[in-house]
Design a protein around this ligand. Structure first.
Ligand SMILES: [Zn+2]
Length: 201
């Protein structure tokens, strides 16, 4: 497979068939926000060929494909769960304890998902947390997790911990964070997370 590696610039012009006009039209390259075809998201400021007649995007040049692919991958790897409000409070307090800001709660969860799924942290008794009083409560708050490994780590951990539901799994991880960081001040994960907080702030 060969690609035309001619690099296009904003303002470059060429002729192309416009899908909307159904004829050969003049196309001008511009930076546009391009929505995904299923409307699930948008790629911002990407160089595309715009029809001079109807102003719709008609050409996605090869040089713009890495940006689109990256955005698509990001979209696919984001995951949303609902948890009781006090679970976010636990994460917020853990973040303060570790010296992180409010966004650091995502790093804490991602670290736990990763470390638990690859054996760096013990998964023993993970399912017991779901029987505790703190596991109760209406799942009213949204927790959105993004990252390349999040979905994979969650699937691994579901098998290892024998917790098939994603929201139950996240709940038990939050309660483990509570146990480790707020109750027992477990030094192994705290040492690592403190260093991470110090360089992320
Ligand atoms: Zn057109």
């Amino acid at each position: 497979m060969t690609h035309d590696m001619k690099i296009l610039k904003v303002g470059d012009k060429e002729k192309a068939i416009c899908n909307t006009c159904q004829v050969l039209v003049g196309v001008t390259y511009q930076l546009r926000d391009v929505p995904f075809s299923d409307q699930s998201g948008v790629v911002k400021d990407v160089l595309v060929g715009v029809c001079d007649v109807c102003d719709t995007v008609t050409v996605l040049p090869y040089q713009s494909t890495p940006k689109v692919k990256q955005q698509l991958a990001k979209q696919r790897t984001s995951l949303e769960v609902r948890v009781p409000a006090h679970m976010l409070d636990i994460l917020g307090l853990a973040s303060v304890e570790l010296g992180g800001d409010t966004n650091f709660i995502y790093n804490i969860i991602k670290y736990y998902l990763h470390a638990l799924s690859n054996g760096q942290l013990p998964i023993k008794d993970m399912d017991k947390y779901l029987l505790s009083d703190l596991a109760k409560g209406k799942a009213q708050k949204r927790l959105s997790l993004k990252g390349k490994n999040v979905a994979h780590d969650i699937e691994q951990l579901k098998k290892l911990a024998h917790i098939p539901s994603t929201s139950d799994l996240i709940k038990s991880v939050v309660l483990k964070i509570n146990d480790d960081i707020l109750v027992h001040k477990n030094s192994q994960p705290m040492k690592f997370l403190r260093s991470l907080a110090a360089i992320s702030n």
